[in-house]
Write a protein of this length. Sequence first.
Length: 447
Amino acid sequence: MIRDLTQGSVTRRLILFAFPFILSNLLQTIYNLVDMVVIGQFVGATGLSAVSVGADLLQLMTMLCAGFATAGQIIISQYVGNGDRESISRTVGNMFTIILSAAVVLSVICCILVEPILRLVNTPAEAWSQAKSYSVTCFVGLIFVFGYNIVSAILRGMGDGNRPLLFIAIASVVNLILDLVFVAVFRMEAFGAALATIMAQGISFVVSLIYLYRRRDAFGFDFKPASFKIHKAQALQLCKMGFPLAVQYGAIMLSVIFVNAYINAYGVAISATNGVGNKLRNLANIVLMSISTAAATMCGQNLGAKKFDRVRRIVYTSLAINVGYTAILSVVLLLFPEQIFRLFTSDGEVLSWAARYMPVAIVSFTASALMMPFNAVINGLGYASLSLVIGLLDSVVARIALSLALGGRFGILGYWYGNALAGFVTVILAMAYFFSGRWKTRKLLVE
């Protein structure tokens, strides 16, 4: 189950390792897009607005989980690099215990506070009922969302990108079928879309858990109750990196929700446009995020093996791939804005905003294309405090400040561009750290 990424051609290794991530993230995005497409076609702009609001809240919870899952993935990759299999097993047990416990706590808190949360993000009155039912359903199913992310992080940390692809493929197919049944046939609106999402995620989690259990001997984790015991050293490693990453991801998502609250105040049509636009940006970022995830794991293993020249080649190779991909995709989005938006809705008012929104999306993922290769080194190191500083500057200082400043002067386009331009703050800081060379002498989490 463990793949050595410290040998062979960097380009070939990176592409082959990232390819399952690309397919997996594509399926994950399609998985999320299906809700928007089905709701847009069978419910309309009100349903799109409701799902957009609820999806942002679910994404916030997922980002908190992703902080700890990413931490576990990087820790495991470093243990793989230095050959410590016992610590791999202990890290796996701690991930399950800590992250799933957090899922239960967050589910209870969010279900209790759902109405104040929806008011806080300026949920349009017409979409209130559907947004509430969508959000509550997703909150109840957080344990499945978190569980799937745990298993995927474990496998990716060990160099296996293929199995997470299989699990999300299962979830995507189930979600599509249930979406059509619940929304198109039984007319359950946003609640049906949320129920389909959570049921599909639950099935994927169970299947992935069965896979891990059947191969428990391959990495020494036997799934006995004693294996889920908290081990101080590994728990501290997970929390040391996981808390800052969770705060970083959460702060960025909170800043997005904060800006979206101002956007939602412009009404259902603008809220729906923003929801479709966010999904398109997620789709555009698939390759960028996949390359970054693969590069972070490769950097983790090579840092553990002290192969610094190879780490540098990983960064430059991923940067070249990102820039080429971004250039091609930008041309497509600029040439066919309305046709792409029409996949989600036939609402004339929403379609009228398509051409004006596309340049915003391009600015956003251009920043991501430049930032992610350098950020892969920071994540591969487990340098969570620097990630936290970058994330807070991105979210609080840049995103909120730029959005409010530009939004107050230029209206809705100002809010959109302020949100997109914030990513360049991260680019500058991540590049400065990489070219300083200080990452070569920093102590790893597992040392």
